[in-house]
Design a protein around this ligand. Structure first.
Ligand code: SF4
Ligand code: MG
Length: 316
């Protein structure tokens, strides 16, 4: 198997006021195959966006490493770094905040083209209309400004911008969370269509499992900076192992009445603890319905429980 991305024991800590350490990402290990979509899921504040930003080299890692095509992202220089800056692109959560309101859509989309000096004049213009069409817009849109577009259209513009310099890998950080439910499926379908056409690999970040279900081949569930479960999308929905995943899944309404009977809603007690002061042992133990004595003292490792199915929990 060829992995385009390998994340090994990645750690990202921030020093905050009064000498405290915010352990946003702690010992994150997973790999993504070429052409695959890996969904990274967890509640807000669990470190998933920080993980994405560290992987794309917007943040330096505090520990561990990120390998892209076998090369350490945080040590790249010169040609390698330049290529990496083309190969990996990001689509952001907020299509309102991420597009410069004073720039035309055409110039926004062409930002990467201009930075990398790829095309100019007629070729640049042709490339912009090609990109607009690829995301379901058209060439007349190039001369307009972001405020003239709906949320869903703006996210299409953000996707066209990411695609402009022919990346191999896209990190989509909650790209549909800010959109109307009716528009979300359209944007997910667009991501899937573009993946087929361009052979893209995705890291698709979301705060709930319903949003990544259709697009992900595999899914990683994060809690307080750590991965608690990783497996194929189908396996995760059919047989979630970690109590946190079970609670997340129980919150998703299932239209099939056969399935509904077997899945009871699990309501978690309490709030997600502050990442400044995480619980000892298992990070989930303060809310876990199955917590045992050992959970307070021993940190559960992410172990392979069944082939390809990893969970960090003392129940297994
Ligand atoms: Fe619950 Fe213990 Fe498993 Fe953590 S290790 S999820 S507290 S049973
Ligand atoms: Mg976020």
């Amino acid at each position: 198997e060829q992995h385009i991305l390998e994340v090994n024991h990645l750690q990202k800590h921030f020093q905050v006021g009064s000498g405290q350490t915010l352990k946003a990402v702690e010992d994150l290990t997973f790999a993504i195959k070429r052409g695959e979509t890996f969904g990274l899921v967890g509640e807000s504040g669990c470190g998933k966006s920080t993980a994405g930003r560290t992987i794309i080299n917007l943040y330096e890692a505090t520990g561990g490493e990120v390998l892209f095509n076998g090369k350490n992202v945080h040590k790249m220089k010169g040609k390698d770094l330049k290529q990496f800056n083309r190969d990996m692109q990001m689509v952001f959560q907020d299509p309102y905040a991420s597009l410069n309101p004073r720039m035309t859509v055409g110039n926004i989309i062409a930002e990467g083209i201009d930075i990398h000096g790829l095309y100019s004049g007629k070729k640049r213009k042709a490339r912009i209309s090609e990109l607009l069409q690829a995301v379901g817009l058209n060439e007349e849109h190039a001369s307009r400004f972001p405020h003239e577009f709906s949320g869903g259209q703006r996210q299409r513009i953000g996707i066209a911008r990411a695609l402009a310099i022919e990346p191999k890998f896209i990190i989509a950080d909650e790209p549909i969370s800010a959109l109307d439910v009716s528009v979300q499926a359209q944007v997910v379908n667009l991501f899937m269509k573009l993946q087929k056409e361009h052979g893209l690999t995705y890291l698709f970040i979301a705060h709930d499992l319903a949003m990544v279900k259709h697009i992900s081949d595999r899914i990683g569930v994060m809690y307080l900076g750590k991965l608690v479960e990783v497996t194929s999308s189908s396996q995760l929905y059919a047989k979630p192992l970690h109590p946190y995943t079970q609670s997340l899944l129980s919150a998703i309404p299932i239209p099939d009445p056969e399935v509904e009977r077997t899945r009871e809603r699990i309501i978690l007690q309490g709030e997600i603890p502050s990442p400044l002061n995480p619980p000892s042992g298992c990070p989930f133990r303060t809310r876990c319905p199955h917590a045992m004595d050992v959970c307070a003292s021993v940190v559960p490792k992410l172990n392979e429980i069944e082939p390809g199915h990893f969970a960090a929990c003392h129940l297994y």
